[in-house]
Ligand binder design. Structure first.
Ligand SMILES: CN1c2c(nc(N)[nH]c2=O)NC[C@@H]1CNc1ccc(C(=O)N[C@@H](CCC(=O)N[C@@H](CCC(=O)N[C@@H](CCC(=O)O)C(=O)O)C(=O)O)C(=O)O)cc1
Ligand SMILES: N[C@@H](CCS)C(=O)O
Ligand SMILES: [Zn+2]
Length: 763
């Protein structure tokens, strides 16, 4: 059998790419220096993969910003507003700076030019740049990076397997600029894919991997036909020397088995981590020359695998298929941190339990070793290691938490009274004006704040000084909000490195890493907590900050928490108990915090759930089950308070048409959502549903450095008031302001308050 890799993280084990990108954007290094960092990273990552026994190293997984954007450039799908023109009016060739202009919203002259939309890649926390397609879109090979990298790897002595998104998934993820069927562009797109394949063959490439994760979704007949047609066309038109591996991941494609098995591809990759049961049907239908790539190592977690068990499970298949069996991670390792070997401060329950991207490839080597040479000394070492690791895992159990979840009853999930009664008690207590104004929680995480935290972590300043300085930041944040005239204040989240990591660091049963960074988008990374055991809250996590902020003002300060569903989705979670149980454990921890905040006099508490939608399974048929337990977990976290305590939730990255029942069932007193970019269209779902509780539709796009004008926001609030009764409306930005600067935030909020006043006079 062979060991295969579907893609490796590019950010670097010390986030070298992130730092180089940001320095390049600040004009501190040249393009040449940026490319040098990139080449070093590629070289290291290819070598690690080769060392682990990967014969064909993946190429095309590196991207300066986003691999979907690199593919768009390759296909010449770049919006005109980001293109550079030459003196004669013709377009300049696409280069790396063009990619940055698309992603960062700049024109050739450095002026603002709307960035491409950024959306979650399927059900992951990775964001891709949405390709924009016009009805008369023409495709041609317009960017050479992919081919250059093939040569680059070959010159280093590697045999390569280019990996790129397949044509159907590419179209599926794109957005049409006007009303037309994107699939009408497929024939022309296929012609360019055919040219790309020819270029690879000319470079001496023998295998190419085309990723079609869209196969894991429920596809209409039209999209199924697109798959059928694409792979028939490519099989007929591709150079004979080049073989196609069709890769699926993130879920079962068993529902499309007949369709996929009938395709003339040379190999098929299946994600057997999320859907092990699908393999049988595909094996039966496998052509006599086709290879089967089995994704048996989880590409989306950090836990060391039971390689001995996997080897046992694969032994028979290995005998049957011989070298037609490839073993691989379930998907690209993009979603994994890079290298656990750099972690020097892991708590003992995590030591020996982890495998990051680099280690996962060596797990594949172990599986290969165990299957090829079961009785050898080295195989015994691997088996012993697995057994010892399994013995060590039992330590993380907390029976008290397990019992608490088991003893939950229906009443634990419900507020004391229905919303109609609660809101009366809340209005009496809070006495807020019509169209109350608020923000979503975070204020700018300035270099000074990040630098302060860095010095504290390094032990250069002590806990007391750190706290005192953060209190000053908080005080400043409260003063600025008071000056602006905001009604419901926030403390600003200055003490938080990240809205999930911060809580992970304080919960028992949750561990964290020093360098376990995962790319979220562009140069931005997150360091997901590791939920390894039963979760509990040893002591209050936010009460001091909330009460300190509240002590500075008579206006209400919102308590600010991350909800259980979001903590779960943005963490690496244990896999030995159902996710629903982990969600309930997290919910109980958040619930205790909510109750403590209430006891400390905090009358409004926001429980953020931006990842609520992201957790939806790719297949709609599995949504109901998820929504039931996710809604319950949120309700459990919120339901412990009195009627007069107002619970807010916040969701960005959402669309609500197909989940509005669940959103309503969460029964938050107020929900703030991102709506400004869709110009309030996302409110339609609430309008159609006659959503009864209060809503704060975002009136200010925080992703853009642009300062929204009073008139723009008056217009948006007016639009909102035509969809939702004005007495139910709040006014707020789309999301937190941590990535913005005060220079941008203050005038924008000033305008937001002015716009609100205009509307208050009108109503
Ligand atoms: C809302 N989003 C979030 C998602 N997932 C999360 N877990 N959290 C989120 O907020 N998913 C969807 C979106 C994704 N959006 C973002 C937005 C912004 C970032 C981001 O800015 N990430 C930072 C890292 C944040 C962090 O943990 N900061 C640490 C500092 C870590 C660090 O790099 N320190 C440097 C020194 C810095 C200095 O001196 O100024 C160092 O140690 O060398 C902290 O504040 O302590 C990023 O830089 O990538 C991510 C996702
Ligand atoms: N309270 C968080 C929510 C982000 S989704 C913030 O304001 O950053
Ligand atoms: Zn948000």
């Amino acid at each position: 059998m062979k060991i295969s890799s579907l893609g490796f993280p590019r950010i670097g084990r010390q986030r070298e790419l992130k730092f180089a990108l940001e320095r390049y954007w600040r004009a501190e290094i040249s393009l040449f220096e940026l490319k040098q960092v990139a080449s070093e990273l590629k070289k290291t990552h290819w070598q690690w993969q080769a060392d682990a026994g990967v014969e064909l190293v993946p190429v095309g997984d590196f991207a300066y910003y986003d691999q979907v954007l690199t593919l768009s450039a390759t296909l010449n799908v770049i919006p005109d507003r980001h293109r550079a023109t030459q003196a004669d009016g013709s377009q300049e060739p696409i280069d790396i700076d063009t990619l940055f202009r698309v992603a960062r919203g700049r024109s050739q002259t450095g002026q603002h030019a709307c960035a491409a939309e950024m959306t979650k890649f399927f059900n992951t926390n990775y964001h891709y740049q949405v390709p924009e397609l016009s009805v008369d879109q023409s495709f041609e090979i317009a960017f050479e990076q992919l081919f250059d990298e093939v040569s680059e790897a070959q010159q280093l002595g590697h045999q390569v397997k280019p990996v790129l998104l397949g044509p159907v998934t590419y179209l599926y993820l794109s957005k049409s600029l006007t009303e037309f069927n994107k699939l009408s562009l497929l024939p022309q797109l296929l012609t360019v894919y055919q040219q790309i394949l020819q270029r690879f063959a000319d470079q001496g490439v023998s295998w190419v991997q085309l990723d079609e994760p869209v196969l894991a979704a429920d596809l209409t007949e039209e999209w199924q036909q697109a798959i059928r047609h694409s792979y028939q066309f490519l099989a007929q038109q591709k150079p004979a020397s080049l073989k196609i591996l069709l890769a699926s991941y993130y879920g079962s494609i068993g529902h499309h088995q007949a369709l996929v098995s009938a395709l003339s591809v040379d190999g098929l990759h299946l994600d057997l981590v999320t859907a092990p049961q699908q393999v049988e049907a595909f094996i039966k239908a496998l052509g006599s020359q086709q290879i089967l790539s089995v994704g048996v190592i989880n590409g989306r977690n950090v836990w060391a695998a039971d390689v001995d068990v996997i080897a046992d499970q694969l032994a028979e298949l290995a005998t049957t298929l011989g070298n037609r069996l490839w073993i691989a991670p379930s998907c690209s390792l993009l979603h994994c941190p890079v290298d656990v070997d750099v972690e020097t401060q892991l708590i003992s329950p995590l030591q020996g339990q982890l495998a990051f991207a680099k280690q996962k490839l060596f797990e594949l080597s172990d599986i290969q070793q165990l299957i090829n040479d079961q009785d050898s000394q080295s195989s015994q070492v691997i088996i012993d290691r697995c057994q010892q690791r399994r013995l060590a895992t039992a330590a993380a159990a907390n029976q008290e938490v397990v019992q608490r979840v088991l003893q939950l009853t229906a009443s634990d999930f419900e507020r004391h009274s229905p919303f109609a009664r609660r809101i009366i008690a809340q209005q009496q207590k809070l006495a807020l004006p019509l169209l109350p104004t608020t923000t979503i929680g975070s204020f700018p995480q300035t270099p000074a704040i990040r630098g302060l935290r860095k010095r504290w972590r390094k032990g250069e300043i002590n806990d007391t000084d750190y706290r005192l300085q953060l209190e000053q930041v908080t005080q400043d944040t409260i003063c600025r909000q008071l000056k602006l005239g905001i009604d419901v204040l926030v403390h600003g989240e200055a003490e938080r490195n990240d809205m999930v990591e911060y809580f992970g660091e304080q919960l028992d049963g949750v561990g964290f890493t020093q360098f376990g960074w995962v790319q979220s988008y562009g140069s931005r990374c997150v360091k997901p907590p590791l939920i390894y055991g039963d979760v509990s809250r040893p002591k209050p996590m936010t009460v001091d900050w909330a009460t300190y902020a509240q002590s500075l003002t008579d206006k209400p300060v919102k308590g600010m928490l991350t909800g259980p569903v979001t903590i779960l989705h943005w963490s690496f979670a244990r896999e030995d108990i159902p996710r629903q149980d982990i969600a309930n454990q997290l919910a109980l921890a958040v619930r205790d915090e909510v109750i403590d905040l209430e006891k400390a006099g905090i009358g409004i508490i926001q429980i953020d759930e931006p990842a609520f939608r992201e957790g939806l399974p790719i297949k709609q048929s599995q949504w109901a089950d998820y929504l039931t337990w996710a809604v319950d977990a949120f309700k459990l976290s919120a339901a412990g308070v009195d009627d007069a305590t107002q619970i807010h939730t916040h969701m960005c990255y959402s669309e609500f048409n197909d989940t509005i029942n669940a959103i309503a069932a969460m029964d938050a007193d107020v929900i703030t959502i991102e709506t400004s970019r869709s110009r309030m269209e996302l409110l339609n779902a609430f309008e159609d549903f006659c959503y009864p509780n209060e809503i704060g539709p975002g009136v200010y796009d925080i992703h853009s450095p642009n300062i929204p004008t009073v008139a723009e926001m008056v217009d948006l609030i007016t639009k909102a008031s035509q969809k939702v009764p004005v007495k139910q409306l709040w006014v707020n930005p789309d999301c937190g302001l941590k990535t913005r600067t005060w220079d941008e935030v203050e005038p924008a909020l000033r305008n937001m308050i002015a716009a609100t006043k205009v509307l208050r006079r009108q109503f």
